[in-house]
Ligand binder design. Sequence first.
Ligand code: AMP
Ligand code: GLY
Length: 460
Amino acid sequence: MSPFSSTTNPTASNAAAELPAPTPGRILVVGGGGRENALAWALARCPGVEAVWLAPGNGGSAGIAGCHPLPVAETDGPGLLAACLDLAIELVVIGPEAPLAAGLADQLRAAGLSVFGPGAAGAQLEASKQWAKALMVEAGVPTARHWPADNLDTALEALEAHGQPLVVKADGLAAGKGVTVAATLAEARAAIQDVFAGRFGQAGNSLVLEETLEGPEVSVFALTDGQHMVLLPPAQDHKRIGEGDTGPNTGGMGAYAPAPLLDAAGLEQTRRLVLEPTLQALRARGIDYRGVIYAGLMLTAAGLRVIEFNCRFGDPECETLMPLLGPELAQVLLACASGRLQQAPPLSILPGCSACVIAAAEGYPTAARSGDLISSELEASADRQLFHAGSRRDEQGRCLTAGGRVLALVAQADDFDTAFARAYDGLTQVHFEGITYRRDIGHQVRRPSRVGAAPGPGQR
Ligand code: AMP
Ligand code: GLY
């Protein structure tokens, strides 16, 4: 039994709410990654959900029971609105940060739709590191000390005055590449120069310098209607490409949940010290935040610190977590979107462990090869899921690789050793030229003798 299920859900006491919370029959999920396929899969399983559309989805979307890909880009606001009206969509769930930061949720809400995902104002939590840090300071949220800078001279002066290497963060969205954890002053100077030389485009008109913290990292997700929240089990991902957590950063090579690093008391502390004050500070700014707040935490010797906020689910944390969520998910997301989370039934968290391993294309994260045929003889089963991420269908309907992270293999079991064994076994049944994955995902929670014992090609 998960130790989190009893404490993660403040709506549990409202189980006897008088009005039954409506279930959205027709749902649109916006986005085309593994995260969106996992969301669509989990929503389509909820009783009362008739159909889920994915715009644009990817090569695997049509294979998910009850789901239909829709060829509309996630950036095409008018196209998405027209599709919602045509299809009589009752709930829109927006997956990626870019359309959120661009105000897609605002556009759709203005037309009367129920949307899970913050508007552009709330999405600044992720889209502007300066804005997010200022909000954290105002709210008293524990985070690294920081120095904002809007030009090269100010940034370099702050670095020299500090006299130690600092973490350099481009202010805006930089597809996960805007952060340099500098080991030396020279590296920090070079990173600052890179930012102001336009390496991150508009995202680099300003930056934040941060003191360097140390400790394990864990991701916490709060589903909120702007007032109340439900916390999901904490998850841990593996950002580095190489085994032993080495090499360049990626979008995430695998994940597991619930991460024992943050026990029930730690999760409760995160709610009290981080999430509630953040929500309050958002409200104080007039922001009605309806969606997910993703807090990236570092557990330092001095206590927990927020490393970053995101305005969306993590990927691959989302693929890892969705199989652990109960059939109330669709009702809960609609209740968040409608500002009525307290009327929703408690979101049940299933017992057990979930393990996710990403199969990437050769060359990722620098230059991923693409266009390779994907095949699979994996049988559908209740405790193992294959979510496509970077894949597409060609004119003949064949499924081809089309991105760095190609597939997410997720499995559940009573313990992590079994869950990972099941995920790695699944990976031997999916194929594409150049398939690459880490064999040590979850090494923190697996018996040492089982780490790296996975079958298959592993890294090439
Ligand atoms: P972010 O994009 O803010 O999540 O940063 C990417 C990664 O950089 C994080 O997952 C951490 O591993 C690392 N990082 C960010 N901020 C800090 C910090 N203040 N101290 C040490 N590492 C950090
Ligand atoms: N897995 C990390 C992220 O989604 O940002």
